[in-house]
Design a binder for this molecule. Structure first.
Ligand code: NAD
Ligand code: DAU
Length: 357
């Protein structure tokens, strides 16, 4: 039986992964360590409360004594490390928590793991990372691959790059059995509505402006979160120790195309909405400082070694996401009324103003 410590399991991808593991590996004991920052939502996992093979621990990954204690108490043999400060715009306004959680927190977990697991070969430390560590691609450059040099540009990306380097170093130096995955932009159920797709859905439902940064021509590679979860489990169970794997969706629309597609879906599914056509709500606003222009992923390694490919195409994934947010309006409402959400919207958007594309 596997006993897995999931860090950040009350956040967006962690929640989806935890639920995916619960469904597909019903005999695993899951310990979820989460600090419940603004992005962590206990409601995401409320229905697991009575599950004897699920343990929630409210705590900080930076607390090494706590982490060591959990590894020993529960006999944990697998760590899947999601916990992070994850929003680029917040890292621009205040990098300090990113340094603390993303760098110091990863270091704390690594130290706890190598202390409790000296010379263990069957254990795994799986670090969840991002394509943003590679910086920005020009229009004709090839996609990011496992061989791409690191060139992070935002404070968020720099802290994720630092954590990747630490994980690699612990494998190289101490022989810790690590895995690293670098994934592109996820979307889907349970994503906190500060990120592009849920924010656009939320604002469109309210008839509020849809703020597109700069000219909206930036390109991201989009992956439905369930596909990411499937890839993560494949890497965890069958990936080669010490290796890195790129994960991505293979679709690279511009931000403006994404927002337009969301508006079209909302027009269809809400024929009686007073805010139709939702596309009329789009506004171009001041750009994100240092905004990366283009990301794209070469996923040939995970495809050939582990046989993983994304199952959802973008149109299906966006439709499923819109449907989820419409069906879970109480989830959305609860976040909206939580302390800090409105303040973030004010601080991030009030000063941007509306610009010409
Ligand atoms: P999220 O912001 O939704 O969730 C982060 C979770 O970590 C929250 O539950 C929060 O409470 C918890 N957390 C924060 N600081 C903590 C601490 N010090 N100790 C314990 N828990 C803490 O993030 P997400 O979007 O689910 O991203 C998860 C991971 O995946 C991150 O490492 C991120 O860098 C990476 N990633 C995200 C994406 C994406 O598109 N969202 C893509 C690639 C990689
Ligand atoms: O690429 C993977 C990364 O994807 C993850 O590592 C990050 O944790 C995750 O937050 C995400 O980062 P992005 O900055 O790409 O995601 P975000 O949803 O914030 O923005 C997506 C794009 O949309 C980006 O080009 C900025 C733009 N944008 C975003 C917001 C919030 C807008 O145009 N308007 C907005 O209001």
């Amino acid at each position: 039986m596997t006993t897995v410590l999931i860090t950040g399991g009350a956040g967006f991808i962690g929640t989806n992964f935890l639920r995916y593991v619960r469904r597909t590996r019903p005999d695993w004991h899951i310990v979820n360590l989460d600090l419940l920052t603004y992005a962590g939502n206990p409601e995401n996992l409320a229905d697991l409360a009575g599950d004897p093979l699920y343990t929630f621990v409210h705590g900080d990954i930076c607390d090494r004594a706590l982490v060591e204690g959990l590894l020993r108490r529960y006999g944990i043999d697998t760590i899947v490390h999601f916990a992070a400060e994850s929003h680029v715009d917040r890292s621009i306004l205040g990098p300090a928590p990113f340094i603390q959680t993303n760098i110091v927190g990863t270091y704390s977990l690594l130290e706890a793991a190598r202390t409790v697991w000296p010379d263990e070969k069957k254990v795994r430390f799986h670090h969840i990372s991002t394509d943003e560590v590679f910086g920005s691609l020009g229009p004709n450059e090839p996609p990011f691959s496992e061989a791409t040099p690191y060139a992070p540009t935002s404070p968020y990306a720099a802290t994720k790059a630092a954590s990747d380097h630490l994980v690699r170093a612990y494998h190289h130096t101490y022989g810790l059995p690590t895995l690293i995955t670098n994934c592109s932009n996820n979307y889907g159920p349970h994503q906190y509505p500060e990120k592009l797709i849920p924010l656009m859905i939320l604002n469109a439902l309210d008839g509020k402006p849809l703020p597109v940064y700069g000219d909206g021509g930036q390109i991201r590679d989009w992956l439905f979160v369930e596909d990411h979860c499937e890839a993560l489990l494949a890497v965890l169970e069958r990936g080669r120790v010490g290796e890195t794997y790129m994960i991505g969706g293979g679709v690279q629309p511009t931000n403006l195309e994404i927002v337009a597609e969301l508006c079209a879906i909302l027009d269809q599914v809400l024929p009686g909405s007073p805010h139709r056509p939702h596309g009329a709500l789009i506004r171009f606003v001041a750009d994100r400082p240092g905004h990366d222009r283009r990301y794209a992923m070469d996923i040939s390694k995970i495809q050939s070694e582990l046989g993983w490919s994304p199952r959802h195409n973008l149109a299906e994934g966006l439709r499923a996401s819109v449907t989820w947010y419409l069906r879970n309006s109480t989830w959305l409402e609860a976040i909206r009324s939580r302390e800090g959400f409105r303040e973030w919207m004010d601080v991030n958007y009030a000063k941007r103003g509306v610009t010409e594309p």
